[in-house]
Design a protein around this ligand. Sequence first.
Ligand SMILES: [Zn+2]
Length: 241
Amino acid sequence: MFHILAADRVFILTGAGISAESGIPTFRGAGGLWRNYRSEEVASPHAWRRDPHLVWEFYSMRRRAAAEAKPNPGHLALAALEHTLHDRLFLCTQNVDNLHENAGSRRVVHMHGELFKSRCEDCDRPPFDDPNTYDPPAALPKCDCGGQIRPHVCWFGEVPYHVDEIFRALNECTIYIAIGTSGVVEPAASFVAHAHGPDRPGQGRAQTFYIGPEEPANSAAFTKCLLGKAGQLLPNLFLCD
Ligand SMILES: [Zn+2]
């Protein structure tokens, strides 16, 4: 059990593992192909320039899959933790689905964007809610300005979102917990080293924990790794002052 004291600030990073427990495919690693495409081939600026119809077909399929998924007890436990800790919890996710929100989390920082949002490539219109699907032969969605509408998702080779806000929270946290993330995708794989590292301004090192079914690639960077499903470990894990 994690004892969270009144002075603690908790940073939580969630990855594909917690969504996979709700049945959302990860499209990474062995068996992660979609119609014989690797995810890099349908989730990159290059793929978008070459074949935007194919990219929208991929994201339309992912929107349908995510719309059917339900949050699991791991998501619900994190929503309950936010209810207790309020702004002493910073929840950052690499996942683009909305399962944290569906579980009741109010403040979720989506560093890789959001599956159910789109944005215009050309104008300053902010990203907007978009649950629609655009399977061929449907026309590609266009903005009022004439620009192409693309998924609001961080593709391979693009810069993740909210990085400044994330590193501010990493500087302030006293407890860092990574859940269901492989420890290979940067910059998230380096968060633990930052939280545990000696170079945080005016802070000691955070305690760092990993929760997931398999040991992550960066396991040596953690104070402790708890191996198991998030949906089984997270409920009843936190004791808050
Ligand atoms: Zn526009």
